[in-house]
Design a protein around this ligand. Structure first.
Ligand SMILES: [Zn+2]
Length: 321
């Protein structure tokens, strides 16, 4: 039993900003926690659910029944909604939101209730509209915390009804504090995200990265890259394509850094052989790669045809000096 806030690593500015809102009696009926995945937004939401529900202390006591039940996520004052995991593309359907609204209308007046909607951007349009009606007519003691990694996927009407709080990725030291004793390159390459760190440090993640880097070797050196069918099949898996592009981008970035002699900023500290090869490319070509890999990442996120993205990238890359 404890105050959840004490187990949060990092985000000190956001925490004090939120406490100030609470203390000033200006806690909004709906907040949106925005930031990359794997940085502790859910933990923050649970921490502030304690703060909103605890009657013993304005900063949550961590000891009373209400606080303990929130921590265990077994509280009648707390509802956590997540997308259905079994679907290929996660989605929060309207039925879930309707059930939630029914239960809220039945709940006793007076005591605070907190609703956390995780990956709230996966609400389908009907679900968003159902929620919107409630956000437009907020009840006194019902507090919504929407969690998302992409604020742009919401209807503007939803965004305008919530107070957005932005969280940034964790620092190297914060990540290391949460998951100690992992290889140095995993801390550097995880972009401050624990979910990414867990993937990269798992045997499966290491194998995936090796595969992505071998694919990059092929991209850089195979004159018949376009004729190869194997990679075209593999990039049909969009998340694999995203993962690969990101590995390539980090390697290209590292090679540029090597040219500036700032070794301590290298991310892929275990890849000196490959980096040596990339180093032999011109600064112009490496700069081009970084710029166009970022664009490719954006295109793939925006549902572009993945094989076309890689094909175009290679055709243009082959022409750059
Ligand atoms: Zn308490």
């Amino acid at each position: 039993m404890a105050r959840v806030i004490e187990s949060v690593v990092g985000h000190q500015n956001e925490i004090s900003q939120l406490f100030q809102l609470k203390q000033a009696g200006r806690w909004p009926h709906a907040v949106m926690f925005v930031g990359p995945s794997g940085i502790g937004k859910m933990k923050m939401a649970l921490a502030f659910a304690q703060v909103l529900v605890c009657d013993e202390s304005p900063e949550a006591c961590g000891l009373c029944g209400a606080c303990i039940r929130i921590e265990k996520q077994q509280s009648e004052s707390l509802t956590v909604i997540k997308p259905d995991p079994e679907l290929t593309r996660p989605v929060i359907k309207v039925e879930k939101i309707r059930d939630l609204l029914d239960s809220l209308s039945l709940s006793s007046m007076g005591s605070a209730r907190v609703v956390i909607i995780d990956q709230a951007q996966t609400m389908n349009p009907q679900a968003s509209n159902a929620l919107l009606k409630t956000l437009e007519e907020p009840s006194e003691n019902i507090f919504f915390i929407l969690i998302t990694n992409d604020v742009h996927q919401f209807l503007p009407t939803i965004r305008s009804r919530t107070q957005v709080v932005r969280f940034t990725a964790l620092t190297y030291d914060e990540v290391k504090k949460i998951k100690p004793a992992l290889p140095d390159w995993t801390y550097r390459s995880c972009r401050g995200q624990i979910d990414r760190l867990e993937l990269l440090s798992s045997p499966e993640g290491k194998a995936q990265r090796e595969e992505a880097l071998t694919f990059f070797d092929q991209f850089c050196s195979d004159e018949n890259f376009l004729l190869d069918k194997t990679w075209k099949d593999s990039v049909k898996d969009r998340s694999w394509a995203q993962f690969s592009i990101n590995c390539w981008l980090q390697m290209s970035r590292d090679a540029i850094i090597l040219k500036t002699q700032a070794q301590k900023f290298i991310l892929n500290t275990d890849q000196s052989e490959r980096l040596k090869q990339l180093y032999s490319l011109s600064a112009n070509k490496l700069g081009w790669l970084c710029q166009h890999l970022i664009a490719a990442e954006r295109d793939i996120n925006a549902n572009a045809d993945t094989s076309l993205v890689f094909e175009n990238l290679w055709i243009q890359y082959a022409r750059v000096d």
